[in-house]
Design a protein around this ligand. Structure first.
Ligand code: NAD
Length: 220
């Protein structure tokens, strides 16, 4: 596999995780900061591309990879996954997850469940101050899933906090008569995302539906 954004915080962590996995081989790192183009990375027997770049390049990278017959796992956030709908039926698959941490996936599921029973909710997402997009992809997806589960509930507003010292955190607060319920998830380091990334890399080639959004679809 190859990693796009290999010089970035998530890309570097993903390269390390792949190197430690016995069944996977890292064949290329693409990143303008390394002077290494995606085109070169795709031409080295690469079967899967992992993308942790920036919103505007993730969509273009996915199109380039699929055109080269390479499956894509996208962790980059801040773009509309609908921009990849034209890749439906393409010979290579695309998997997108706004959050690869298992705890965050469970937080979204619990929030969806709670939304059916409580009338109002708000979301606070907290990230390091070098994150380029806001609201976070996880918060946007949580709000969408809660609205799907409880169409009568007003769409939960999202508050974004950006501070040094934070990694990736989210609180969903639901309110009802004389009570609140708080569901909170914290990623304290980027390793927390890696089991989910490796699971997606192993499974992306066998998806029955593509593009597919959300790690929950791969958890059995
Ligand atoms: P970063 O700024 O540290 O790294 C981004 C890297 O992408 C940089 O090295 C940059 O040079 C490179 N880049 C830019 N354009 C490129 C292109 N066209 N091809 C290849 N590389 C390119 O950012 P980060 O903190 O590593 O985050 C990357 C993305 O991952 C963000 O969108 C962030 O929100 C997302 N993220 C997702 C998850 C998840 O679980 N899905 C978790 C954390 C972060």
């Amino acid at each position: 596999m190859a990693v796009a954004g290999a010089a970035g915080r998530m890309g570097e962590t993903a390269c390390r995780a792949v190197k430690q996995a016995e069944d996977l081989e890292l064949v290329a790192r693409a990143d303008p900061a390394l002077g290494a183009s995606l085109g070169e990375a795709l031409g080295q027997g690469t079967e899967v591309l992992v993308d942790f770049t920036v919103p505007y390049s993730a969509v273009a990278n996915a199109h380039e990879a699929v055109a080269a017959g390479v499956h894509v796992v996208i962790g980059t956030t801040g773009f509309d996954p609908g921009e990849l709908d034209d890749l439906r039926g393409a010979p290579a698959n695309v998997f997108i997850a706004p959050n690869f941490a298992i705890g965050a996936v469970l937080m979204m599921q619990f929030a969806q469940q709670a939304a059916r029973h409580m009338p109002k909710a708000e979301i606070i997402e907290l990230h390091h101050d070098r994150k380029v997009d806001r609201p976070s992809g996880t918060a946007a997806r949580t709000a969408a899933l809660m609205s799907e589960a409880a169409p009568a509930m007003p769409r939960p507003p999202i508050h974004s906090v950006r501070l040094p010292g934070l990694v990736a955190h989210q609180e969903v607060i639901l309110g009802a008569l004389e009570q609140t319920l708080t569901i909170r998830h914290d990623s304290f380091g980027r390793e927390s995302f890696m089991p989910g990334v490796l699971l997606a890399v192993r499974r992306v080639g066998t998806l029955e539906d593509s593009p597919l959004v959300g790690l929950e679809h791969l958890l059995t």
